[in-house]
Design a protein around this ligand. Structure first.
Ligand SMILES: [Fe+2]
Length: 508
């Protein structure tokens, strides 16, 4: 539907007003005409009627036509005002045009003239309105575009940040996975797992728990960082502990929430073999709770798989190592079985060396090597003739030289086994004396490997406190006195002192 145009005619000549109203009504059905006979009435009508065009006499009976023009423009700056003027007032009309009137028309005028000027004024009014509307539309569209652009910028920054973080985490995971794959030492792998988790998940609290071989429902906390007040290294937990409630049934990583204490959230998952048999659990704790672990579950699962493989490989290697050692021990036991006096000797000194090594602050790995060395230290004796080993009297020089050969024979036996390589120096030097008078190399003091110095004391103590073919066994006190006689010559005095304390205390 076409828009109606509102026209207000203002003049004190009633005949003229009626003539014009009629003329314009006939001109177009779209013209809506109102009339006023003085300025005051015209101004009153402006607000309610909102004319598009005002056709007015410049000289009104009450106020000046200029006043009406001003009032109309104040309400609507696009209203088109046509001044009707007698020749005498032409100056005022020109002023009116300067003040914003559309045009003026001289009286008397022809009907065609009026129709034309009104039509033109309305066309101008329509174009102005359209122009304004288009401008508004353009402004709005621009604003919307700007908002959309800002939103896009924010979204892009978020995506970029997320992507950068993901890349960082992935590269870290890659590095850790590579280093874990290269490493086979269980202790080092566990250390790497803890360190890696701290980096990737930005946490302080990390724990590795392993199922106990003898009772798989029990877990022991093996490697730990943080988790103060919740766990301690070496602590036993059974599967009824709240940590494992959901994990036990669902077998997928779980988040446990806490209301009290520093740690607000724990993420826990099962360490599983390639056959999906659980062998432990892995846990990380969230202290600040700024970002929930819920967002990191996928990453946690990936990490869990990576470390499960590395840990399982190391455990498998450990099992393989143990089966090698078991085979070698069978040889040692067969050797010991022949001589009642040395039965169980290797196992006993392995136990003693382990206790001593722990007291002296050796690492788990060093303790393992020391244990292997103690178990296998005399394996070379299987290459020594029985009559020398079992001689019920002291050995002569030639026999003594012969028995020294058990060192080299032993080393030849274990040398092909890579994992026992670090045990070789201990085995080689377990007959060295602290003062340099021992064999095979005459090393002295701290040049003798620490493990060999420990082993030497344990070896002699066990030999003299057990029945032997050529002498009676000594009591604990006698044995301690015997060892003390050789402090600083045969034995490391510092280690001996510790050993005597341990023996005295534990009654070993
Ligand atoms: Fe020996």
């Amino acid at each position: 539907m076409e828009e109606k145009y509102k026209i207000l005619i203002v003049d004190d000549e009633e005949a003229l007003v009626l003539f014009l109203a009629k003329l314009l009504s006939q001109e177009s059905p779209d013209y809506e005409i109102r009339t006023a006979y003085n300025g005051e009435d015209a101004i009153k009508m402006l607000e309610g009627f909102s004319p598009d065009c005002i056709l007015q006499d410049i000289k009104l009976p009450d106020i000046s036509g200029i006043e009406v023009l001003k009032a109309a423009k104040a309400l609507d700056e696009d209203v088109q005002v046509i001044m009707m003027t007698a020749f005498a007032s032409i100056e005022t009309s020109i002023d009116a045009v300067k003040m914003g009137a559309y045009d003026y028309i001289l009286k008397p005028f022809k009907a065609e003239q009026i129709k034309m000027v009104v039509k033109n004024a309305l066309t101008k009014r329509r174009l102005l309105r359209e122009n304004k509307r288009l401008l508004e539309d353009l402004k709005r569209a621009n604003k919307e575009l700007q908002i959309a652009h800002e939103k896009l910028k924010i979204a892009k920054a978020e995506v970029d940040k997320e992507l950068e973080e993901k890349l960082k985490i992935l590269s870290e995971l890659h590095k850790i996975s590579d280093s874990l794959n290269e490493e086979l030492d269980f202790e080092k792998i566990c250390g790497g797992v803890i360190e890696g988790a701290q980096k990737i998940f930005s946490v302080q609290d990390v724990a590795l728990l392993f199922n106990q071989e003898e009772s798989p429902d029990n877990l022991v906390v093996k490697y730990l960082n943080g988790f103060d007040g919740l766990m301690e290294s070496g602590m036993n937990l059974d599967f009824y502990h709240p940590f494992f409630n959901k994990l036990k049934d669902q077998r997928t990583p779980q988040i446990i929430e806490y209301q009290e204490g520093e740690i607000k959230e724990i993420c826990i998952g099962l360490l599983q073999t390639s056959k999906m048999e659980p062998f432990g659990t892995f846990m990380i704790g969230n202290r600040n709770n700024t970002e929930s672990f819920a967002k990191k579950m996928e990453l946690f699962d990936t990490y869990l798989n990576t470390i499960s493989i590395a840990l399982q490989n190391s455990i498998l290697l450990d099992t393989l190592e143990r089966s090698y050692v078991d085979s070698l021990l069978a040889l040692v036991k067969a050797q010991e079985a022949k001589d009642r006096s040395i039965k169980g000797h290797s196992s006993r000194i392995a136990r003693m060396s382990h206790v001593m090594g722990r007291r002296l602050g050796l690492s788990e790995k060093e303790l393992k090597i020391l244990r292997y060395a103690a178990l296998l230290h005399d394996i070379g004796k299987i290459g020594i003739r029985e009559y020398i080993l079992e001689k019920p009297a002291e050995l002569n020089k030639e026999e003594y030289e012969k028995i020294k050969e058990h060192i080299d024979i032993g080393i030849e036996i274990i040398k092909p086994l890579k994992f026992l390589r670090e045990a070789i120096p201990i085995i080689r030097h377990h007959h060295e004396n602290y003062d340099g008078t021992g064999y095979p190399d005459g090393l002295s003091g701290e040049d003798i490997p620490l493990g060999a110095r420990i082993l030497a004391i344990c070896d002699v103590y066990d030999s003299i406190t057990n029945e032997r073919v050529y002498s009676n066994k000594l009591t604990k006190e006698e044995a301690i006195n015997f060892l003390k006689k050789y402090s600083g010559t045969k034995f490391d005095p510092f280690i001996l002192e510790k050993f005597i304390k341990v023996i005295g205390h534990e009654g070993a």
